[in-house]
Ligand binder design. Structure first.
Ligand code: NAD
Ligand code: DAU
Length: 370
């Protein structure tokens, strides 16, 4: 791989997708990874089990808004690439309190770009030609689709939530640093990720955890909103391809080919959990409040709650450009991916049970009352 033997910065590497990227780099490349993370509520250093004592891994607890801290890291490690995944990522939290989203997603990306530019300009020509800034973004910047159509890279930006507006701003800044200063940047815009190590405030892990604990499953509005689900390891493959062979200044959409309504996701997970608990006595003993213990269907936990403000109805991705230029194609279908994700949450109860602290409890409480 192009980055073997070099240093790669990954911001937000203690989060869901960033940790998957780092696990991928440590397991499948020869790159030295520096994980730069502020350690917000959404982070978990246990999400990279292979990091402890790894000779090609370093961790820096740092806010990407901290320019002096970033400058010191650039001077110390002299990276060949920066992958920016640090963000406030949860739409509902952005509706309740947008300030942190503006700060991290816009000001943080700006600060990281400024320090990348400063460092890049100090490099001798061969190294400066190789340096690359990859920015991970979202399909939500394109707004909401009707019943048909797909987002392409040419779709006009129309972000609807404070989260997506902050991501859109960061995408524009990245583009501007390429157009104005010639920094080698690539942006990827992907759909909803799911898989192991996802914080249980997002729909899929929240549903799994709540079924196991026998808690209500909040479905916003009619539950017929559509998302395109992308397994996090397929997303990692796409990001790695974009880092290796994306064209400077280009944008690539990344999708999972798995458009599904929220109700369908929740109902499928109910069925999968019921099946798993029905077949395994040790799981019934571990989760005595789950409906399956009383031979009740978990779908009974589904509770329609007030709709999300400004809720986007449908997202769907055309990833033909990433397929043609990068050789990207999602390898996992949704049915297989959901089953594997449930198996992971069943086998790693300690990981998610440790997160069920005050912040999460408050969050759930608020959601039920919506
Ligand atoms: P996450 O919330 O799980 O993790 C974000 C990480 O960033 C956390 O470890 C957090 O501590 C860190 N962080 C937050 N603010 C920081 C700051 N100021 N400085 C340094 N670190 C900070 O998010 P995720 O789901 O892994 O998303 C990663 C990226 O992918 C984000 O940019 C998000 O917008 C984008 N994305 C996510 C999805 C998805 O479905 N999860 C889909 C499309 C795009
Ligand atoms: O599309 C990419 C985006 O996907 C990313 O940019 C975001 O970072 C990521 O959080 C995700 O955003 P969503 O808002 O789509 O994901 P979330 O899991 O919060 O919600 C998925 C859908 O399920 C959405 O339509 C809202 C709905 N939902 C969510 C929760 C948490 C419910 O109906 N009930 C819930 O309890």
């Amino acid at each position: 791989m192009r980055y073997d033997g070099t240093v790669v910065f990954v911001t937000g590497g203690a989060g869901f997708i960033g940790s998957a990227v780092i696990r991928h780099f440590l397991d499948h490349t020869g790159a030295f990874v520096v994980n730069i993370d502020k350690l917000t509520y959404a982070s978990n250093r246990c999400s990279i089990p292979q990091a402890a004592g790894h000779p090609r891994y370093a961790f820096a607890e740092l806010d990407i808004c901290n320019e002096n801290g970033l400058r010191a890291l650039f001077e110390c490690y002299r990276p060949a690439a920066v992958m920016n995944l640090a963000a406030e990522s949860h739409v509902d939290r952005s509706i309740d309190g947008p300030g942190e989203f503006i700060q991290t997603n816009i000001v943080g990306t700006f600060t990281l770009l400024q320090e990348s530019l400063h460092y890049w300009r100090s490099l001798m020509s061969a190294r400066s030609e190789a340096f690359r800034f990859l920015h991970v973004s979202t399909d939500e910047v394109y707004g909401s689709l009707g019943a048909s159509g797909l987002f392409t890279e040419a779709t006009a930006y129309a972000p609807n939530s404070p989260y997506s507006a902050s991501k859109a701003s960061s995408d524009h800044l990245v583009r501007a640093y390429h157009e104005t200063y010639g920094l080698d940047t690539t942006v990827t815009n992907c759909s909803n990720n799911y898989g192991p190590y996802q914080f249980p405030e997002k729909l899929i892990p929240l549903t799994i955890v709540n079924i196991l604990l026998g808690k209500p499953l909040p479905v916003y509005g009619d539950g017929l909103q559509v998302r395109d689900w992308l397994h996090v390891e397929d997303h990692c493959a796409a990001i790695t391809l974009a880092l290796r062979s994306g064209r400077p200044g280009e944008v690539y959409n990344v999708g999972g080919n798995s458009e599904t309504t929220n109700m369908e996701i929740v109902r499928t997970l109910c069925g999968l959990v019921d099946e798993a608990l029905g077949a395994r006595a040790e799981l019934r003993a571990a989760f005595p409040n789950s409906p399956a213990v009383q031979a009740m269907p978990s779908v009974g936990l589904i509770t329609h709650v007030r709709d999300r403000l400004g809720h986007d109805r449908r997202y769907a991705i055309d990833y033909a450009k990433a397929a043609a230029e990068l050789g990207y194609a999602p390898a996992r279908d949704l049915a297989m991916g959901l089953r594997a994700t449930l198996d992971w949450y069943l086998a790693n109860t300690r990981w998610w049970q440790a997160l069920l602290g005050r912040d999460y409890a408050d969050w759930l409480e608020k959601n039920y009352k919506r």
